[in-house]
Write a protein that binds this ligand. Structure first.
Ligand code: NAD
Ligand code: MG
Length: 420
């Protein structure tokens, strides 16, 4: 049976890895639809190679540009292919996320911009392969509730969460319902004591606070082990990424904050570990390459624990030689501490944290503030807004997101003027 895939955010780094895995299994998966935002040249190339039925772009003007480019055809030596239907804007994204002909929605848009389409996929009862951690972090329990209501399944593509999923007794799942996945870590019968996510430590793992004050954009986006989009690369440098991932793990696996830990592991070979009651620790290892978790999820949906090839080279531990581990330093990396606090506070705190961080990272990438201002900005916004009142509706989530962004923007302007 060929599974149809809607790829939201197909022109990004996760998009690249997903398309690579799909291209290795044309007999199992087909790209039914894809979205792109800025890199239209890349979207054209994807359309020519994968021939999707539908494509989504940000606006009507881009839709016209794409239509003309595809009609002209970039390669005159190839026979002309069927042209996709071109849609645009949030409505376009929502339509491909809820398309009845789609089996799996790969959610790979970066940031809060991906939330609405993920919720649509949830309402439509899809299998959601989730890379877009910000959507889960900001949405509180709303996304899980919508999945539970429709029977949608949320499967983790983020490497650490995918590793946790593999270390939990997922083979023992009584059914393929989301409910079962989110209860694996909770159920006393399985004896899960704690979950540890690893972090490489990022490019500034050994830097002092003073050195980090002067970190350039180029240095911050240069991750030692993973090749990723700019926003998540900066998040990895501040360790906010690991903070967001703790909240992501809390939501995915319904586990209490006290049972979630972070360990710095510079080689990025062990992605996560699950400690069991009897003293066993089960870890998942692999090369730092997102094609592994993507292939695991795409294989798993075809039949429990069915493995497919990913194109990732075999792990050679003798060549790697050693695996190091150290405790994270929240003094040098305050963003991690802020995320842990937000996770414990609950309520609106994770949504505020995420929004302020998105604005601060964009500010840093635009040259508006220093690297160390990112965490400082998030802290000021949390101080102003965070509380433990639950965000029960999409409207309240979007309202909180908007307010936090506005305050973060003011804070950055104050930084700019040298007032903070
Ligand atoms: P990226 O910047 O490389 O790609 C982002 C994608 O989102 C692009 O296709 C872009 O066109 C689209 N996009 C950006 N803004 C948009 C908007 N306003 N509306 C619609 N589409 C928009 O990012 P990435 O590294 O591929 O990361 C994507 C998501 O996956 C992020 O949430 C990230 O945290 C998560 N993730 C990434 C990795 C990785 O290795 N890259 C690993 C784990 C999780
Ligand atoms: Mg990760």
């Amino acid at each position: 049976m060929i599974r149809s895939i809607a790829l939201l955010g197909g022109t990004g780094s996760i998009g690249d890895s997903t398309l690579d895995v799909i291209s290795q299994h044309p007999d199992r998966y087909r790209l039914r639809s894809v979205s792109g935002f800025r890199n239209i040249e890349k979207l054209i190339a994807i359309c020519q190679r994968f021939v999707p039925d539908q494509v989504v772009v940000p606006d009507q003007t881009t839709a016209s540009t794409l239509r003309v480019a595809l009609a002209r055809g970039a390669n005159h030596h190839q026979p002309r292919q069927a042209e996709p239907e071109i849609r645009w804007g949030p409505r376009g994204l929502e339509s491909i996320a809820s398309d009845p002909q789609v089996d799996v929605v790969v959610a790979a848009i970066v940031g809060a911009a991906g939330l609405a389409s993920v919720l649509c996929a949830a309402d439509a009862g899809k299998i959601i392969a989730l890379a877009n951690k910000e959507a889960l972090v900001m949405s509180g329990s709303l996304l899980a509730e919508r999945c539970a209501r429709s029977g949608a399944r949320l499967l983790p593509l983020d490497s650490e969460h995918n590793a946790v999923f593999q270390c939990l007794p997922c083979a023992a799942l009584p059914s393929q319902h989301q409910d079962a996945i989110s209860h694996l870590a909770q159920s006393p019968a399985y004896g899960v004591e704690s979950i540890t996510l690893t972090a490489s430590g990022g490019p500034f793992r050994c830097w002092t606070k003073v050195q980090m004050e002067h970190a350039s954009i180029r240095e911050a986006v240069k991750h030692p082990n993973w090749s990723m989009g700019q926003k998540i690369s900066v998040d990895s440098a501040t360790l906010m990424n690991k903070g967001l991932e703790l909240i992501e793990a809390q939501r995915l696996f319904s586990i209490s904050p006290s049972k979630l830990h972070v360990l710095i592991h510079p080689q990025s070979i062990v992605h996560a570990m699950v400690q069991y009651r009897d003293g066993s620790v089960i870890a998942q290892l692999g090369e730092p390459d997102m094609r592994t978790p993507i292939a695991q999820v795409l294989g798993w949906i075809a039949g429990t624990a069915h493995r497919i090839s990913s194109g990732v080279k075999p792990l050679e531990l003798a060549r790697i030689g050693r695996l190091d581990f150290e405790a994270p330093d929240v003094d040098r990396f305050p963003a991690l501490g802020l995320a842990i606090e937000a996770m414990k506070t609950g309520g609106n705190a994770a949504c505020v944290l995420n929004a302020a961080n998105e604005v601060a990272v964009a500010g840093f990438l635009a040259g508006r503030c220093k690297f160390t201002d990112i965490a400082a900005c998030v802290e000021l916004v949390l101080d102003k807004m965070a509380n433990s009142d639950e965000l029960g509706s999409l409207e309240s989530i979007l309202d909180t997101d908007r307010q936090a962004r506005a305050i973060a923007d003011e804070v950055l302007t104050r930084f700019d003027l040298g007032f903070a």
